[in-house]
Design a protein around this ligand. Structure first.
Ligand code: MV4
Length: 495
């Protein structure tokens, strides 16, 4: 592979191109009309506009992307995450056109893309699963019997679902029929597939996922876990590696189960096996993601591996050069996702211009982003503007560094989730490690940020008055400019 097209935008497009550059591989960007001035377009060696702003008319245009590859003699495509990354038809189309798809086979994507077929495939490979139905349930009588055997409450999940869509909790047998009816009709309208299945409801679980890496020679490794329990509306907000609750023994067990799950589909490239972990440290397979994930940097930080480089080498047909025994966790990494959303206003997307955009710097800080000061946040795509990752020798150092980095990060013009992330970093439940997927529901309400702001504003006012009095005493005049600078700085912080 000498030239790779990145079928994506934003931070992940840049992330992939950086590794290509280090490997001496030329890069091609594709972009929509809304992304003309985007950083991924400027960073690439060549860039081609493939259509209007709407994703369906640009980043999802499979044939247009193939045409660009032909025109520019591209020999590999990296799909990033989202968009076409888990579309097996696209992976097949790429391959059929003699281009290397940097990702797993269409077969692996198809099996793992459906929850029921994924569970069926991995069940034979000794991967623990939540008690429930073995396949799709087709009638209420059968469903109720399975639910009773598993024990209420149960969840009815859509086989084609993802991100919590089409999931319904059933508290008792009397609700069963109504909830199943709703689940099936939701699944039909959302995914065009009404298949549903039953799982016992695991209360207060942690979301632990294992990074795996497979080559085309049958080697599969686990690159340890990421803890992603802090989510809202099934969207991850904070991730870290390693998890502070896994013992070396549990880590090995979960890692080996993840490798087994990957083996069920002869997995190649980078993938993630998701588990629920209950209060008694029982873990259960949820699903497998057949792409590079948003939160992959925390794994890179603790293993020292460049996951994109590994993906490219695997796609080239090279055998992995490391073994499981070579892999060690060194230090701790935390990632916060910076969304253009207002945490004080139900996390509603906040669009606008990045009037001020100053990134944090210094030892142990990594920022993966796709924006610059003065740019507009387009409404057409994901509202994530950046990922802020900190690394430390241990969890406490990574967290302290994160708080410092969030304080340095200066963004005005739009509201972001940064103040929310700082709140989490300083919360006792987070710092002590005693939290689960209900963290936000249990501990967050907008007022906690408002109070924080009021306090900072009060301190700012006191400092300003004292400064003014001191200046008067010294018989010097505080120039309007000095006053303005001090004020605007505090305003930014208070925002
Ligand atoms: C569960 C569960 C409890 N018990 N399954 C949510 C999205 C999908 N990936 C799976 N999800 C869950 N499945 C059983 N049997 C709780 C969740 C869940 C969740 C999982 C991971 C991270 C955050 C979550 C938030 C709410 C519910």
């Amino acid at each position: 592979m000498k030239k790779i097209l990145i079928a994506n935008r934003g931070e992940i497009a840049l992330r992939v191109m950086r590794t290509c550059k280090e490997m001496g591989i030329a890069t091609v960007a594709v972009y929509s009309e809304a992304d003309r001035n985007a950083l991924h377009v400027r960073y690439a060696d060549e860039a081609v506009c493939i259509g209007p702003a709407a994703s369906a008319q640009s980043y999802l245009q499979q044939q247009k992307i193939i045409d660009v590859c032909k025109q520019l003699s591209v020999d590999g495509i990296h799909p990033g995450y989202g968009f076409l990354s888990e579309n097996s038809d696209f992976a097949q189309l790429v391959t059929d056109n003699g281009i290397t798809f940097i990702g797993p086979t269409p077969h692996a994507m198809d099996v793992m893309g459906n929850k029921l077929s994924a569970k069926e495939a991995v069940r034979k490979f000794n991967v623990p699963m939540v008690p429930g139905s073995d396949g799709a349930i087709t009638n209420y009588t059968e469903g109720r019997a399975i639910a009773t055997a598993a024990g209420y409450p149960v969840l009815i999940k859509a086989s084609a679902g993802g991100g919590g869509k089409g999931m319904r909790i059933v508290e008792n047998e009397f609700e069963f029929e109504e909830q199943m009816k709703l689940a099936v009709s939701e699944a039909k309208s959302a995914f065009g597939d009404g298949s549903v299945f039953i799982e016992k409801y695991v209360a207060g679980p942690r979301h632990i996922e294992i990074q795996v890496l497979g080559d085309t020679h049958g080697n599969i490794l686990y690159l340890f876990e990421r803890e992603c329990s802090i989510q809202r509306r099934h969207q991850k907000v904070i991730e870290e590696a390693p998890s502070c609750v896994l013992t070396p023994d549990l880590r090995k067990q979960m890692g080996e189960c993840a490798v087994n799950a990957a083996r069920a589909v002869n997995y190649t490239g980078a993938g993630t096996v998701e588990f629920l972990l209950d209060e008694n440290n029982n873990f259960y397979f949820l699903e497998m993601n057949t792409r590079l994930q948003v939160e992959h940097p925390v794994t890179e930080m603790i293993t020292g591996l460049d996951l994109v480089k590994e993906q490219i080498n695997v796609a080239r047909g090279l055998a992995l050069t490391i073994t499981q025994d070579d892999l060690k966790i060194i230090g701790h990494a935390v990632e916060v996702r910076v969304y253009a959303e207002d945490p004080c206003n139900n996390f509603l997307p906040d669009i606008g211009t990045l009037t001020t955009y100053v990134r944090p710097q210094g030892y142990g800080v990594r920022v993966d982003d796709g924006f610059e000061q003065g740019m507009d946040i387009p409404i057409y795509y994901d509202p994530m503007i950046a990922k802020l990752i900190t690394y430390g020798k241990d969890r406490q150092e990574a967290i302290s560094r994160m708080v410092r980095a969030i304080d340095e990060y200066t963004i005005t013009g739009i509201e972001t989730t940064l103040p929310f992330c700082k709140y989490v970093m300083q919360h006792e439940a987070f710092t002590s490690g005693k939290f689960d997927t209900h963290f936000i529901k249990n501990y967050f309400k907008p007022e906690v940020l408002q109070q924080h702001n009021t306090k900072e504003s009060e301190i700012a006012a006191i400092v300003a008055v004292q400064h003014f009095i001191n200046n008067k005493k010294k018989n010097t005049i505080a120039t309007p400019q000095t006053t303005n600078v001090a004020k605007s700085k505090w305003q930014m912080r208070a925002n």
